[in-house]
Design a protein around this ligand. Structure first.
Ligand SMILES: [Zn+2]
Length: 155
């Protein structure tokens, strides 16, 4: 065994810090390391954010920091605010692994004009209240296990 590794009882090489803030997102976190970790800080402050490419103007939600249209990384953050229009929704009777306890729930698409947001409808909105074309708003939601996501409520 190499003695240099154990000088002073500690490893000599400093471990690289990994920014894994994104693991706080969602009922089940599918990734922990992204280029959009600021998204989580904003969620913690009650803000749902997307990005906009400053070079070509395309808007991204979920946020991206690399534009697929013009390949620029010159993006700015914006807050998803105001109302969106419910374009479509679907009631799930089967769920991906990790979401089984939430069943049944509705996933939906809101149209904000410049962009659309995919997400789920808040559990306090009953299915008979849901109508295509209705106005909804995306709000930050804290899950019982401390994870963060966003849900759609009636506007
Ligand atoms: Zn662009």
């Amino acid at each position: 065994m190499e003695p240099s590794l154990f000088l002073g009882g500690k490893k000599m090489s400093k471990k690289k810090e990994i920014d894994d803030r994104f693991k706080k997102f969602g009922t089940v976190s599918f990734t922990s390391v992204t280029k959009v970790n600021n998204f989580i800080d904003c969620l913690e402050n009650g803000k749902l954010m997307g990005t906009r490419c400053k070079d070509c103007g395309i808007v991204f939600f979920p946020p991206r920091v690399d534009c697929y249209q013009c390949f620029s990384s010159n993006v700015e953050w914006f807050e998803v605010s105001g109302k969106g229009e419910l374009v479509t929704y679907s009631k799930l009777k089967y769920a991906p692994v990790g979401f089984e306890e939430d069943l049944p729930y509705c996933i939906a698409l809101l149209d904000y004009g410049d962009y659309k947001i995919f997400g789920r409808i808040a559990s306090n909105v009953s299915e008979d209240e849901i109508e295509l074309g209705m106005e909804m708003k995306a709000v930050v939601n804290k899950l019982p296990n401390g994870q963060l996501n966003y849900v759609f409520e009636k506007a």
